[in-house]
Design a protein around this ligand. Structure first.
Ligand SMILES: Cc1cc2nc3c(=O)[nH]c(=O)nc-3n(C[C@H](O)[C@H](O)[C@H](O)COP(=O)(O)OP(=O)(O)OC[C@H]3O[C@@H](n4cnc5c(N)ncnc54)[C@H](O)[C@@H]3O)c2cc1C
Length: 408
C-alpha cells in the first residue's frame, strides 16, 4: 500500500472560511493542504456574490457588538483591494423614535466614531443617502463577492496544495497524527493539525470523532429584481446599501435604462433545500417595501430576474464556532458563520492561525482578542454546561453567551 500524503496542516472546506484561514497560514510561512468535496473553491454558500458587511450597531449583547466591530476592522483591512465600499444605511426601527443624542451616545459606547457610524435625521438621510428615513449611516459598510474572493485566496502558490473532489467523511487519530478517510473507507490524507471549515458538514465530521455539536441549517434566498426605468419604484431605489429587516444593495442602472436591484434574504430555519422558491421572492418583495418604507409600492413591479440560494450553518447560540476542539488535540473548528460570513471568516483566519501556530496570548490580545471574546467563540462553550438559561432561544442579534469565567 502506498502511503497517503502527509501534511502538517490540512484545512477541510474551500469556502470563504477555509480559504481565508489557508491564506493566512500561507502568509505566515506555513505549507497548507486544502481539501474540498467540490471541484473548485466556493461552490456552496460562498458562491454568494452579494454579501454585505458592517459592524453590528443594534442593542445586542455587548460581546457580540465588540466581536462584530473587531471582525469588521479585520475584514476591511484584509479585503481592502476588493472591498466594494458603497456605505450602508441602517434605518431606525419602526417602533422607535430617532433621538440623536441617545443614538450618538450608544455609538460612542461601541467605540464607533464619526468615521464609522453617523446618526442621520430624515432630512440628512435624504441628502446623504437619498433615503427618506432616519437612522445610522455606516459609510465604511461594503459588499464583497465571496465567490471571487475565495477563488483569489486559493490561487496556486508555493506551499499550497489543493485536493479537489475529495469528500472526507471520517477522521481518526493514530500515533499522534490525524488520518482523513473518504466514504469508501479509503485513507486519503494524514495531518498533524486539521482545521474543519466544512459548514454544515462539519457536524458529521466532528461526530466521527465522537463529539456532538449543535449545528443546524438555515436556508436563505436572495432575489435579483428588475425594475422598469419609468416605474414608480425607480425614484425610490437606493444608491447605498440598506440593512434592517433584511438587506439590499445599491440599485444599478443598466444600459437599457432599467434597474437591477438585489434584495434579501429569506431565513428558513432548519431547511437545506437549494431549489429557488417563488414564495421566497414574495417574501423579499415585502422586505423591499419595508427597507424603503414604501408599503404602497406595487410588488408586481419587482420582476424576478435571478436569485442566490444558500444554506447557512448556524450554531445553537447563533455565534460562530471558532477554536480548538479540546477533546481532540490538533483538531480546530471554524464553522457556523451564519449570516456573517465576511466578518467571521476574517476573524477566524486570525484566531485559528494564532491557535494552530501556538502564538502567545499577548499577540492575540494585541489584535483585540480579549480572553472573554475567545471563550465566547470557542467550541468548548458547548461542553462546559456553560449556558445560564437552558432552552433559552437565541437569535442573530441576541446570541446566548457562555457565562463569564469566574475568577479563581
Ligand atoms: C441568502 C444568504 C445571504 C447571506 N448574506 C450574507 C451577507 O450579506 N454577508 C455575509 O457576511 N454573509 C452572508 N451570508 C452568509 C455567508 O454566505 C456564509 O456565512 C459563508 O459563505 C459560509 O462560508 P463557509 O466557508 O463557512 O461555508 P461554505 O461556503 O458552505 O463552504 C464549505 C465548503 O466545505 C466543503 N465541504 C463540505 N463538506 C465537506 C467534506 N465532508 N469534505 C470536504 N469538503 C467538504 C464544501 O464543498 C464547501 O466548499 C449569507 C448566506 C445566505 C444563504
Amino acid at each position: 500500500m502506498t502511503h497517503p500524503q502527509h501534511h502538517e496542516i490540512v484545512v477541510i472546506g474551500a469556502g470563504i472560511c477555509g480559504a481565508t484561514i489557508a491564506h493566512e497560514l500561507l502568509e505566515r510561512g506555513k505549507s497548507v493542504c486544502v481539501v474540498d468535496a467540490a471541484h473548485s473553491p466556493a461552490t456552496a454558500c460562498s458562491s454568494h456574490a452579494y454579501a454585505i458587511a458592517h459592524p453590528h450597531i443594534g442593542k445586542g449583547s455587548p460581546r457580540l457588538l465588540r466581536l462584530t466591530r473587531l471582525a469588521f476592522l479585520l475584514a476591511e483591512a484584509r479585503w481592502a483591494q476588493v472591498w466594494r465600499q458603497h456605505g450602508i444605511f441602517q434605518p431606525t426601527k419602526k417602533d422607535r423614535i430617532f433621538d440623536r443624542e441617545e443614538v450618538t451616545a450608544h455609538l460612542r459606547s461601541l467605540e464607533l466614531d464619526e468615521d464609522m457610524a453617523i446618526p442621520l435625521s430624515i432630512e440628512e438621510a435624504e441628502k446623504i443617502c437619498g433615503i427618506s428615513q432616519s437612522g445610522v449611516w455606516l459609510p465604511r459598510g461594503a459588499c464583497l463577492n465571496l465567490f471571487e474572493t475565495s477563488q483569489q485566496l486559493l490561487r496556486a502558490r508555493e506551499g499550497l496544495t489543493c485536493l479537489w473532489s475529495t469528500r472526507i467523511t471520517r477522521l481518526q487519530e493514530q500515533d499522534g497524527r490525524w488520518n482523513l478517510f473518504d466514504a469508501g473507507g479509503h485513507l486519503m490524507i494524514s495531518a498533524d493539525k486539521v482545521v474543519i471549515a466544512a459548514a454544515m458538514e462539519s457536524k458529521a465530521l466532528i461526530q466521527s470523532l465522537g463529539v456532538r455539536v449543535p449545528l443546524k441549517p438555515v436556508r436563505g434566498q436572495l432575489s435579483i429584481f428588475a425594475v422598469g426605468q419609468h416605474d414608480s419604484w425607480a425614484k425610490k431605489l437606493p444608491r447605498v446599501g440598506i440593512s434592517g429587516d433584511g438587506y439590499c444593495l445599491p440599485a444599478e442602472q443598466l444600459a437599457d435604462g432599467s434597474y437591477r436591484w438585489i434584495v434579501g434574504s429569506s431565513f428558513d430555519e432548519g431547511e437545506d433545500d437549494l431549489a429557488p422558491r417563488s414564495s421566497s421572492d414574495d417574501f423579499n418583495r415585502e422586505q423591499a417595501k419595508s427597507l424603503l418604507a414604501y408599503p404602497q409600492g406595487s410588488a408586481e413591479s419587482l420582476i424576478q430576474s435571478g436569485e442566490f440560494v444558500g444554506v447557512r450553518c448556524v450554531a445553537g447560540d447563533r455565534l460562530p464556532m471558532i477554536g480548538p476542539l479540546n477533546q481532540c488535540p490538533g483538531i480546530f473548528l471554524a464553522t457556523a458563520l451564519g449570516s456573517r460570513g465576511i466578518l467571521w471568516s476574517a476573524l477566524a483566519a486570525k484566531l485559528i492561525t494564532a491557535q494552530v501556530l501556538e502564538d502567545d496570548f499577548a499577540l492575540l490580545a494585541r489584535l483585540g482578542f480579549a480572553a472573554d471574546l475567545v471563550a465566547a467563540l470557542a467550541p468548548a462553550r458547548f461542553f462546559a454546561g456553560a449556558f445560564a438559561a437552558p432552552g433559552a432561544l437565541a437569535s442573530n442579534s441576541k446570541p446566548i453567551f457562555p457565562s463569564e469565567p469566574k475568577a479563581k
